[in-house]
Design a protein around this ligand. Sequence first.
Ligand code: ADE
Length: 265
Amino acid sequence: MNFHILTLFPEMVLQGLNTSIIGRACEKGLLSINAVNIRDFTTDKHKKVDDYTYGGGAGMLMQAQPVYDSYQHVVNNMKTRQRPRVIYVTPQGRVFNQAMAKEMAMEHDLIFLCGHYEGIDERVLEEIVTDYVSIGDYVLTGGELPAMVMIDSISRMVPGVLSNQESGETESFSGNLLEYPQYSRPEEWNGKKVPEILLSGHHKKIEEWRLEQSIQRTKERRPDLYEKYVEEQRRLEALNPKKKRKYKRNLKIQSENQVSKNQEE
Ligand code: ADE
């Protein structure tokens, strides 16, 4: 998977992404990070890439020409003739999530466009952008950090990047559930014991306990996600009545937990 980042701060992106798991995946040739400096493409003799906005208003805008030429440079150097996906990272975009990370990980090339100042001239966005994506409802000073967040998350979904691919599938957000609590040695720390079931060696019971914990945790911490989980269980049940018992069980665990929680209160 090849990431191309159009940015005014290539060193920031490269430094942030060349360590740990992503760095190792690049060394193995599973990923490549190509940070392109938009300023290298300006035709302005003072190397300027921004100007005032028509109609007035505070701040400067990134101009169309250097952005477009940096994009063309990347496209011209690609092996494929297909039009690549260009993600403009902006608070005006669709909010990024795990499903989007998984879906984008299937692309061969992804171009990220990072804005600065008050944004980018609309005309070049219309010309090249395929996806407008935000990382949340808050405003950052530039698009580099959001692009790095997305690249990190997409990279983990590329086969072979995580040493154990399964860990990319069973963790938080897969199936709209948060991950269950986990424990390591020692068995007792600060007066707190590891839940007995995890020491039992009974794999099926452990699996049930973990599912139960995931459901409970999602309900408490992310009621919005929990609603989606319940809806999905109902949908699956309707589609596949043979497996009804399993879906019913998942929902039963959750309602039993609620009863015992209410009794505690
Ligand atoms: N640029 C500035 N803020 C942003 C955000 N929240 N998401 C994506 N890009 C941004």
